[in-house]
Design a protein around this ligand. Sequence first.
Ligand SMILES: Nc1nc2c(c(=O)[nH]1)N[C@H]1C(S)=C(S)[C@@H](COP(=O)(O)OP(=O)(O)OC[C@H]3O[C@@H](n4cnc5c(=O)[nH]c(N)nc54)[C@H](O)[C@@H]3O)O[C@H]1N2
Ligand SMILES: Nc1nc2c(c(=O)[nH]1)N[C@H]1C(S)=C(S)[C@@H](COP(=O)(O)OP(=O)(O)OC[C@H]3O[C@@H](n4cnc5c(=O)[nH]c(N)nc54)[C@H](O)[C@@H]3O)O[C@H]1N2
Ligand code: SF4
Ligand SMILES: [Mo]
Length: 752
Amino acid sequence: MRTEKTACILCSRNCGLLVDIEDGKFTKIRGDKDHPLSQGYICQKAARLDYYQNNEDRIEHPLKKQADGSFARVSWDEALDDIARRLLSIRKQYGGEAFATAGGGGQGNHLGGAYLGQMRAAMKSYYNYNSLGQEKTGDFWVNGRLFGSQECHTAEDIEHSDFIIFLGCNPYQSHGIPNARDTLKEIRKDPRRTMVVIDPRRTETAKAADIHLQLKPGTDVYLLSAMLAIIVRENLHDEAFLKAHCTGFDAVKTMLMNVPIKEYIAAADVPMEDALKVARGFAQAESACVRADLGIQHSNHSTLNSYFEKLFFLITGQFGKKGGNNLHDSLIPILSHTDERNPKFKRTVYHNMFAVSGILPPNILPDEILKAGERRIRAMIVDSCNPALTWPDATAHKQAFESLELLVVIDVAMTETARLADYVLPAASQFEKWEFTGFNMEFPKNGFQVRHPLFPAKGETLIEAEIYTRLLEKMGELPKSFPVLSRIAKYEPDFSSHAGFIAALAATFAANKKLIRYGASILYRTLGPTLENNAAAITLLLPLSISLAQKYPDAVRRAGHDGNKLTQGVNLFNAILKARSGLIFSEHRYDDVWRLVKNPQRKITLAIPELLDAMDKLSIDDLTSEQYPFILSAGERRSYNANQIYRDPKWRKIDPNGFMRMHPADAERLDLAKGDRVKCQSETGTIEAVIEIDDSVRTGYLMMPHGYGSDYQNGKVNGPVINLITGLDHCDPIHRTPLHKTIPVNIEKLSA
Ligand SMILES: Nc1nc2c(c(=O)[nH]1)N[C@H]1C(S)=C(S)[C@@H](COP(=O)(O)OP(=O)(O)OC[C@H]3O[C@@H](n4cnc5c(=O)[nH]c(N)nc54)[C@H](O)[C@@H]3O)O[C@H]1N2
Ligand SMILES: Nc1nc2c(c(=O)[nH]1)N[C@H]1C(S)=C(S)[C@@H](COP(=O)(O)OP(=O)(O)OC[C@H]3O[C@@H](n4cnc5c(=O)[nH]c(N)nc54)[C@H](O)[C@@H]3O)O[C@H]1N2
Ligand code: SF4
Ligand SMILES: [Mo]
């Protein structure tokens, strides 16, 4: 038995873990007190991680689809030679438009994504489909307009905040904030702090709140704009802050002065006095912040919701300060800036859709494969993602994937998407390789942890870095070796700066600019092998550490990483490699936030014409109809769902069916009791559900979890395949974010 440090890979918090390992299995899992962010905290899901590491769906050999639909084992060379040949032929015949990637990282791994990006570069493709494009790109788009770059991302300083609004999120279950359950308890205990929850369900979080605004689903846009209007009309906005730091407030003010407050509060169906209390309390608090998530992003007017969420802390001046909302730096830049107004960034063929932060929305993918004619997508690589189950309209996605000329899936398990592939390439698991996540989103202190391998890689599995590098070599994009660089890497006398290697790398790039795009693989093949313990794949952290230290030397120094211009970043890199529990890599002062704003003069542009225009046209919509009298939230986070990371249904201690919550009054009307089966039908499809009577939901509102519906061992499907009923067109107009929380459905009782 040995004890090791690692991190949980089940949600974006990535809590530090201390694990006991025996005979290739996790035998005990607990929180790591030395982890600088989670400090020993974990939730119930982490204890079950052996179901991820060891399960019957793990794939251990490259597999090729046969004519009869079955899979046969092939060698890596056979698979990669054929994939390389077919990709080259598609590129030659149809160009980069014919190739797209999906995924590139999950809740615990983002390293593969860096190497996957090189495949798009090699194929001359800009089609990057990613799960972030079905939840967060509307938010990123708003950030781009407000702060000048889609790389700007807002954080919330809950720890130091007096007045916190949890807007459409349920951190008790979904986490997303530091040590969620402890944090909620602390806020609740402290009489000087106020917690507000805006959620149509009386969630576990709402039960701990001072004020719960149990609004009608899909009505945040009315509630938020009405509360903003209250703030402005009562002169509670922060004139001094707005004058010093923002432009365009006049246009926003005009829009807010037109909001019919009473009517909108009534549309949200919350008591006026509570709305007044929240608006006034937030504006007048010493410090206040908003934490928002899918409840507003996956519901009607998604992008407008995100805009109002941010106007809340901007017009009240609760930004750029202790306990407020802030921007943050990032060591791993998972976001980029691809402003659609810049013609340099191409659009898709069928939907003429633009990327946000380099990411395209899954809601358009089936059409770009099936309906774009000669210019359609013909080949795809899917990595760390299970879109046949997790992306909207599973039927359309399945049909689209089946029509591709080449589908390659790189995964640790035989997923629903993998079954549709021509080649399934087995990756080493997240506990069998060096890995990290890009979820470094804290301010003022930001942290990061690299995980080292705990188990030998199973069977013939390879790490993603090796798979993609081999593929690029076989495509002839990348030379098989870089003798000069490798020699310098190996024999460089001064390891404290890697100065000789970096100079040689710069010379290599200067001589052949095309190689810059393959920087990750070149580092992996040259400097990589000099790192201890096969850490080659994470060598790309070296340039990232150097670049961070160059941008924020003082913040990096405050976090304890010293050095001069040449050595500080390298010192940070070396510290990261050694810090098994992770480390703090930067510690900012609150007013550093203004350096993170990318607009000229560091001003925030409050007026977003497209959204002001949408606001002008806003009316109160009724989402239900005679045919579809209920609204379903298709994708709640619960104790025993964790996206599709666990496949073996035995990991769940409760709720094997992923029940449907229904208010007692609705159940009575439909003559339903706990445990009854119903047919749930939307415009897109039909699924079955098992009823749970629950008065925490509003009448007329039903809730089902996501993260179910995998058919483990190609056997019985476990729980609802929720995306059979979500539609491609049921989405936000700006970046087609699906509106999973507000799906009109009909319910019919099934006979026993
Ligand atoms: N246990 C668990 N935790 C997870 C995950 C998981 O699968 N399981 N997944 C992770 C991932 S990928 C993500 S993105 C996050 C998501 O985390 P959250 O967004 O916090 O999780 P959800 O339960 O999807 O939705 C949050 C809340 O939105 C509410 N809601 C529904 N409709 C509306 C509405 O119209 N308005 C408002 N204001 N609220 C509404 C729901 O009642 C719900 O309580 O969770 C992460 N954490
Ligand atoms: N209806 C509905 N649909 C939803 C949601 C919802 O609320 N409602 N939530 C959405 C949200 S917010 C998200 S984030 C998505 C999540 O959906 P996806 O992005 O599809 O992610 P996961 O479900 O986490 O699947 C991760 C995949 O990565 C594989 N994997 C694990 N480790 C490794 C590894 O080391 N290497 C490789 N190559 N693969 C690995 C796993 O086996 C799994 O197949 O689902 C979305 N879908
Ligand atoms: S699931 Fe999230 S909150 Fe729970 S232990 Fe894992 S990382 Fe931490
Ligand atoms: Mo997510």
